[in-house]
Design a protein around this ligand. Structure first.
Ligand code: ADE
Length: 240
């Protein structure tokens, strides 16, 4: 998969995508991340990328043409069609379901806004989707782009070492993840791990984990349970 990012801070985007699972996915050529600086596409000698908002008010708005030219260069750089995403707090909230859909696309482009945002006409004519990573305001879209690159990059086939771990993630089945334990079996200060995990009874372990997931979701994120039809086993476990 290829992700093109339009940003005034391309180094930040590149560096954040160079480490960990996503860095490894790039190394393995499962993921290609390219950055484009709209300043490089500004026609004037000052390389201007922003202007005052019509109607007055504080801040600056990103100009159409440097962004439009960046997108034209992105479309020209490879033959696959590009799904263009603008990152802003006004967008639809990013979910794991949306991340999975994006991860299956051959190519996406992420536009990072700065200042008060971008000229609305660019959104109308060039953008397929507007996404937000949460109900708070960042000073630019770069952190949101890093979030999407990470969430999408780790889902590329072969990016994770243990193929099962993406299936067991929080949210992959609409529930929060269960607790995890490792050595020592008994910690001097904080005691032992739940007995069932040492039992070797795989069916009991699976049921325990599911029950923990359901319980945590019920306590911490009941909104997730109301959004989803519970399967028969989950209903039984919740009633126990
Ligand atoms: N840019 C500024 N704030 C943002 C947010 N919450 N999500 C995505 N992009 C943003």
């Amino acid at each position: 998969m290829r992700i093109d990012v339009v940003s005034l801070f391309p180094d930040f985007v590149r560096q954040s995508a160079a480490v960990g699972v996503v860095g490894r996915a790039q190394h393995r050529e499962l993921l290609q991340v390219e950055t484009w600086n709209p300043r490089d596409f500004a026609p004037d000698k000052h390389r201007t990328v922003d202007g005052r908002p019509f109607g007055g008010g504080p801040g600056m708005v990103m100009l159409i043409d440097p962004l439009r030219a960046s997108l034209a260069a992105i479309r020209e750089a490879a033959p696959e069609p590009v799904h263009v995403i603008y990152l802003s707090p006004q967008g639809a909230r990013l979910t794991q379901g949306r991340v999975e859909a994006l991860a299956n696309m051959p190519r996406i482009a992420l536009i990072c806004g700065r200042y008060e945002g971008v000229d609305e006409r660019l959104l109308q004519h060039e953008v397929d989707e507007e996404l937000s990573i949460g109900d708070y305001v960042l000073s630019g879209g770069e952190l949101a782009a890093a979030v999407i690159i990470d969430a999408v990059g780790r889902l590329q086939d072969g990016a994770l070492n243990d193929a099962q771990s993406a299936q067991q993630d929080s949210f992959s089945d609409g529930l929060l993840d269960c607790p995890h334990y490792t050595r020592p079996e008994h910690h001097d200060a904080w005691g032992g791990v739940p007995e069932v995990l040492l039992s070797g009874d795989h069916s009991a372990i699976r049921r325990w984990r599911r029950k923990q997931s359901l319980g945590r979701t019920w306590l911490r994120r009941p909104d997730l349970l109301t959004q989803r039809a519970l399967d028969e086993e989950s209903r039984v476990l919740l009633d126990e």
